[in-house]
Design a protein around this ligand. Structure first.
Ligand SMILES: *[C@@H]1O[C@H](CO)[C@@H](O)[C@H](O)[C@H]1NC(C)=O
Ligand SMILES: *[C@@H]1O[C@H](CO)[C@@H](O)[C@H](O)[C@H]1NC(C)=O
Ligand SMILES: *[C@@H]1O[C@H](CO)[C@@H](O)[C@H](O)[C@H]1NC(C)=O
Ligand SMILES: *[C@@H]1O[C@H](CO)[C@@H](O)[C@H](O)[C@H]1NC(C)=O
Ligand SMILES: *[C@@H]1O[C@H](CO)[C@@H](O)[C@H](O)[C@H]1NC(C)=O
Ligand SMILES: *[C@@H]1O[C@H](CO)[C@@H](O)[C@H](O)[C@H]1NC(C)=O
Length: 337
């Protein structure tokens, strides 16, 4: 039933739809990762990650509607927050059933506001939410009920000026219709902006082919938005001469998923490249703000059972990897070559 899983994990059909030959750009530098550790979760992740002001975390959303925080002192995840007012532990704990999401919640995208110290989450069933530094029940900022106004909220980022950017992967297909979305090459996804002062939502870009991830740059002058089915990332200008316009930033021989900015201002993209035996080769791709591929990291040794990854995030010298329906967050040490 959990077809949302398929959307984030699936990459065979898009190669049929978009069978253009895209050159693979080789990195100028390679990054080696060592010391793989599984940070075990009590329930499957939704493939979302964030860290807070004190570099604590990771935080991750779970398929049973929780947001968990990793406490390094005790080396385990603890309950931090939840998105749905009607959620009960008895009904929800441990579920991977998307049908329960209207009651339990299903937080898919996380982003931290370093000024207000609020953690923002988009949830496919609940809408756009935020929660303070002590967690608990998140406040619903923009509700979505029965897929109105949003069908498939997946990507989220909070820019350094506090504006919240998020994506609706499709305006036609919900979490249980993801196959149709991919098979039809659906391009009805949108890039959205939430202004926390006016509480207004604005549409920045529409007609996106599977808008699953978004990240702003360090001075909030542009956004990157990934198109899973479209196999590319677009750059949307927020400031300057080109403000309000977009251009192709990168194209890929596979499906890009979430994008996360690191502390140097570069970006990490989770990429799943389809392989011959209908599996995938998961990679972390590091790019500069100009679109230069700085490094690629092959993650297929640790993610070798055709699991697709949805997010790769660099934080204080470590690389964290998560995927939908995966019951751990992977942690690596980064060795710069
Ligand atoms: C990085 O790795 C790729 C693939 O293994 C290789 O082709 C490329 O030459 C390497 N780049 C550098 C700068 O070492
Ligand atoms: C919570 O449950 C109540 C009672 O069934 C319902 O009226 C309300 O709409 C629900 N709230 C949300 C946000 O779904
Ligand atoms: C969706 O696609 C997956 C992967 O090909 C397949 O296993 C599943 O049966 C499909 N679901 C539907 C409802 O077509
Ligand atoms: C908020 O959005 C509404 C409807 O789109 C518009 O009428 C209003 O002027 C906006 N307010 C601000 C402060 O932008
Ligand atoms: C994939 O299959 C094609 C055709 O069978 C073959 O030419 C190619 O070498 C294969 N690629 C890999 C990476 O195995
Ligand atoms: C998600 O994981 C659970 C537990 O490992 C498994 O039973 C279920 O089939 C998975 N769902 C999908 C769609 O992969």
């Amino acid at each position: 039933m959990a077809l949302l899983i398929v959307f984030l994990l699936f990459s065979a059909f898009p190669s049929l739809i978009f069978s253009i030959d895209i050159p693979i750009i080789l990195p100028t530098k390679n990054v080696t990762v060592t010391g793989f550790t599984k940070l075990q979760l009590p329930v499957a992740s939704t493939g979302s990650l964030a860290f807070d002001l004190l570099n604590e975390g990771p935080y991750t959303g779970t398929t049973d509607g929780r947001i968990l925080k990793y406490i390094s002192l005790i080396k385990s995840f603890q309950n931090f927050a939840y998105t749905s007012v009607n959620r009960t532990n008895a009904f929800c704990d441990g579920t991977t059933d998307i049908d329960k999401s209207p009651i339990c919640g299903f937080p898919t995208g996380l982003g931290y506001n370093y000024i207000s110290q609020k953690l923002y989450a988009c949830d496919v069933a609940i809408g756009l939410t935020d929660v303070g530094p002590f967690g608990g029940l998140a406040t619903t900022l923009v509700p979505t009920k029965n897929g109105v106004p949003y069908k498939l909220l997946l990507g989220l980022d909070v820019s350094t000026d506090g504006t919240v950017y998020f994506t609706d992967a499709s305006t036609r297909y919900g979490p249980k219709e993801v196959n149709q979305s991919i098979l039809t090459g659906d391009a009805t996804g949108r890039l959205l902006k939430y202004d926390p002062i006016t509480k207004n939502v604005t549409i920045l870009l529409s007609k996106l082919a599977g808008a699953v991830g978004v990240a702003s740059n360090f001075d909030a002058s542009f956004l990157l938005v990934s198109e899973f089915t479209g196999r590319r990332i677009q750059k949307y200008w927020l400031k300057g001469e080109k403000a309000g316009t977009s251009e192709i930033f990168l194209t890929f021989p596979g499906n890009p998923n979430k994008i996360k900015r690191n502390q140097d201002g570069d970006f990490w993209i989770a990429l799943n490249i389809p392989t011959n035996n209908s599996g995938v080769a998961p990679q972390g791709v590091k790019v500069s703000p100009c679109g230069q591929i700085l490094a690629t990291v092959d993650l297929s040794k640790e993610y070798n059972d055709n699991r697709r990854i949805t997010v790769v995030q660099e934080q204080t010298g470590k690389l964290y990897v998560a995927g939908l329906n995966i019951t751990f967050v992977g942690q690596y040490n980064i060795v710069k070559v």
